[in-house]
Design a protein around this ligand. Structure first.
Ligand SMILES: Cc1cc2nc3c(=O)[nH]c(=O)nc-3n(C[C@H](O)[C@H](O)[C@H](O)COP(=O)(O)OP(=O)(O)OC[C@H]3O[C@@H](n4cnc5c(N)ncnc54)[C@H](O)[C@@H]3O)c2cc1C
Length: 384
């Protein structure tokens, strides 16, 4: 079976790997370099921390575990950075909310250890304790992904199974004949025929779908992550501190981001103001002992639109009225890539709908329940 995949982010790369190892003839098209859009800006925190809807929480938990299976199959796990996550509250209100969340997570059977903030350095000696810290929780099962490395490993393995990777090649539109998708038209005017087309194009899914007469938007809020120069810190744990998220990045770098930083993005020039970068580094230094705010510099700032549909939940499945066309997009794609790509590949190959995907199907995009409050990605990113 020949399958074309549009998009080489974490979801396209994972799906390519899952399909290629099942013996499918896979060809993946990526406009730029793989992993250069949302997957580049991601904090890549592997978690089911603030995902209250039970089936959604469970899907995230399953995927956290399935990353271990992916590591085993790839024969490498240096992209999977275990070490847990510490979350700190510094107001009465946020301490109360943190306690309530830990209680809910216990009921869900998810590890969340409440601790006295003065014990924070026991989890990582680089974590500073401040007087205004009122509550803290350690989540030992959470981790983060070195997403560029994971995408590289997934594509390397897919190619080893015979997949063809075509970077710097844009799919201009889907080829629709007699109501079904038979392939794609490339920006050089050539056509590539396929039995199935998987659209994993992140925030650009809407543009491709308009070609089949469907109005969908997967353009969510933009976000920015600042990565510091090598040797910034020996931090080993992921941190959600008041007003900032910080995690280690390879080479002693830190990845730093915040909701406030996102709100300061200049969306005309697609830049993050210098003051915001300085503020992010200053806040990281406030929380992490070995960060010197005067000498720490940003090495890279990644800015991207978060892809997600109106309700923020995953969309995985065949498009309702167009045979052969398969969609895969979601927020929390770093966490969810392992399970959703495996389920997508099984369905693409066998045609059997996986029960785990009930509630996360494309059908709901046709009649969006607009009365739902708008999805706020920061709520599941645990940023205050
Ligand atoms: C700031 C930020 C923080 C985040 N934090 C987390 C987190 O902590 N944990 C978590 O689990 N998730 C997080 N996410 C979400 C997660 O990163 C995304 O869900 C995931 O990266 C989406 O992957 P994707 O492959 O769908 O999209 P992308 O990575 O955007 O990949 C889509 C690819 O398709 C390509 N493409 C598009 N159109 C075409 C075309 N016509 N032809 C060829 N190629 C095309 C693009 O170039 C792109 O490379 C975060 C996202 C952001 C932006």
């Amino acid at each position: 079976m020949k399958i074309v995949i549009v998009g080489g982010g974490v979801l396209g790369a994972s799906t390519a790997f899952q399909l290629a190892k099942r013996g499918c003839e896979v060809e993946l098209f990526e406009s730029g370099m793989p992993g250069g859009q949302a997957s580049a800006a991601s904090l890549a925190w592997l978690n089911s921390n603030s995902k209250e809807l039970r089936p959604y929480h469970d899907l995230n938990v399953i995927s956290m575990a399935e990353h271990l299976a992916v590591a085993r199959e790839l024969g490498t796990d240096n992209w999977l950075r275990r070490g847990g996550n510490l979350e700190v509250a510094a107001t009465e209100e946020s301490a109360h909310a943190l306690h309530a969340k830990a209680k809910r997570l216990h009921e869900y059977g998810y590890a969340a250890i409440e601790l006295d903030p003065k014990d924070l350095p026991r989890y990582d000696p680089q974590v500073r304790v401040h007087e205004d810290y009122l509550g803290a929780v350690f989540y030992p099962g959470e981790s983060w992904l070195d997403l560029p490395l994971l995408i590289h490993e997934l594509l390397r393995a897919a190619v080893a199974h015979g997949a063809i990777l075509r970077s710097h090649t844009t799919v201009d539109r889907l080829l629709v004949e007699s109501g079904q998708v038979n392939g794609v038209l490339l920006d050089d005017g050539s056509q590539v025929r396929a039995d199935r087309v998987v659209v994993a194009a992140g925030s650009r899914i809407g543009a491709l779908m308009s070609e089949v007469g469907v109005e969908v938007s997967t353009v969510g809020e933009p976000g920015a992550t600042v990565v510091t120069a090598p040797g910034t810190s020996a931090l080993s744990v992921l941190l959600h501190l008041p007003g900032i998220s910080v995690r280690p990045d390879p080479g002693g770098r830190l990845a730093i981001r915040s909701e406030r930083g996102d709100r300061s993005l200049d969306t005309d020039t697609w830049t993050l103001p210098d003051e915001t970068v300085t503020d992010l580094i200053r806040r990281a230094a406030h929380g992490v002992a070995d960060v010197d705010p005067t000498s720490t510099r940003s090495e890279r700032i990644s800015i991207a639109v978060r892809p997600y549909p109106f309700d923020g939940l995953p969309v995985v499945g065949f498009w309702n009225d167009v045979p052969n066309l398969y969609l895969i997009t979601m927020h929390s794609g770093a966490t969810l890539a392992a399970v959703t790509s495996r389920l997508a590949a099984e369905e693409l190959v066998t045609g059997i709908p996986p029960a785990l995907l009930n509630g996360f199907r494309p059908a709901r995009l046709i009649t969006p329940r607009r009365e739902l409050p708008e999805f706020d990605p920061h709520a599941v990113e645990a940023e205050v």
